[in-house]
Design a protein around this ligand. Structure first.
Ligand code: NAD
Ligand code: TDX
Length: 335
């Protein structure tokens, strides 16, 4: 099988490339990534000389570049490539529409032209909007995205659905909850807490800190996508989540405690605009239809994650420079 992974130099994509090379010793993987600020080939240095792995620097929204990639012969596409950070989408929505909507459409056209056997769109629970105190997102929950990021992901999802309905393209859409684990860019909550706490910097908690996210260890997301590639019914959506809802303040306090850092580092700041209150995934469909089970619980997953960031301080200190600093200035400098 020749697998095209887009966005494979990012957080989940790089974990997925490593996972698939390990789990499927006969698969060939082509990783296409534009190497934006979030793409980091260092994540994949252990496989760069693996003959079953190829990296191509290319933009999913560039028709000619995608033509060159697909004409090599691709069986399955897994589309991770995206602008992924909600706060950045509030500052600059345009690039989110370009990559997450237009890029997805360019990939779909190429997948249709070259008749891939499966197109998996890696989406997010954020397309469903925000939950009240009760209830969970199912695959039938209406799409009600609230941020430019989630609206652009929903736009991509709707195009994937339309290419299935109109052209019969074999597709699946996965909608996963918040991931954590190795290689996550330190703009996202958990690595942000770890990296700032280790430098004794204040941890910005948006609003009252009581927003709820449903956390899943990244490798459990990878195993779910692996199952969807092989056993997902064409045209179906699969929600992915480990029934692990936590308030943000719980996450901050418990990570600080495990690092031996004081709660006095916590600094409540102005809330995120349009901040979704609660996400919670109902994973019944993927569990019952595809037999998926997460292998990590939150307590062991977060412990391993903290250990990974402690062991790899050089990884995140190197990327906390340059354009990342410009963003940090924009995002936090005004406070
Ligand atoms: P990330 O920001 O860490 O990685 C995104 C990758 O895409 C980067 O390597 C970047 O260089 C690449 N990329 C961006 N624009 C591109 C373009 N135009 N062409 C080619 N490559 C491009 O993101 P992530 O957290 O790994 O998320 C991966 C996917 O999973 C995204 O589609 C995201 O919406 C989805 N998702 C993420 C989470 C989460 O918690 N992180 C949860 C559910 C779904
Ligand atoms: O400094 C912060 N302080 C804070 O309180 C940051 C960066 C975040 N937060 C809050 C906002 C959210 O309620 O923590 C929560 C998690 O924030 P993020 O790590 O930015 O993740 P989120 O906005 O939930 O989105 C993530 O999960 C779903 C990914 O970034 C998305 O790509 C994915 O689709």
């Amino acid at each position: 099988m020749k697998l095209l992974v887009t966005g494979g130099a990012g957080f989940i994509g790089s974990n997925f490339v490593l996972y698939m090379l390990r789990e499927h010793p006969s698969y060939e993987i082509i990783n296409v990534d534009a190497l934006t600020y979030a793409g980091n080939l260092e994540n994949l240095h252990t496989v760069e000389s693996n003959p079953r792995y190829t990296f191509i620097k290319a933009d999913i929204a560039d028709v000619q570049q995608m033509e060159a990639v697909f004409s090599q012969g691709i069986d399955v596409v897994v589309n991770f490539a995206a602008e992924s950070h909600v706060d950045r989408s509030i500052l600059s929505p345009d690039i989110f529409v370009r990559t997450n909507v237009m890029g997805t459409q360019v990939l779909l056209d190429a997948a249709k032209k070259y008749q891939v056997t499966k197109f998996v769109q890696v989406s997010t629970d954020e397309v469903y909007g925000s939950l009240g105190a009760t209830g969970l997102f199912t695959e039938d929950t209406p799409l009600m995205p609230n941020s430019p990021y989630s609206a652009s992901k929903a736009g991509g999802d709707l195009l994937v659905r339309a290419y299935h309905e109109t052209f019969g393209l074999p597709v699946n859409i996965t909608r996963c909850s918040n991931n954590y684990g190795p290689f996550q860019f330190p703009e996202k909550l958990i690595p942000l807490i770890i990296s700032r706490a280790l430098n004794d910097e204040a941890i910005p908690v948006y609003g009252d800190g009581l927003n709820i996210r449903d956390w899943l260890y990244v490798e459990d997301h990878c195993s779910a996508i692996d199952l969807v590639i092989h056993n997902g019914q064409s045209g179906e959506v699969y929600n992915i989540g480990g029934n692990n809802e936590r308030t943000n303040i719980y996450i901050v306090e418990s990570v600080l405690e495990q690092l031996g850092k004081p709660a006095s580092l916590i600094q409540y700041v102005q809330d995120r605009l349009g901040h979704d209150r609660r996400y919670g995934i109902d994973p019944t469909k993927i569990r019952t239809e595809l037999g998926w089970q997460p292998a990590h619980n939150f307590e062991t997953g977060i412990k391993e994650t903290i250990e990974w960031y402690l062991k790899h301080q050089d990884w995140w200190t190197r990327i906390q420079s340059g354009t990342y600093q410009d963003y940090v200035q924009l995002q936090y400098g005004k406070r």
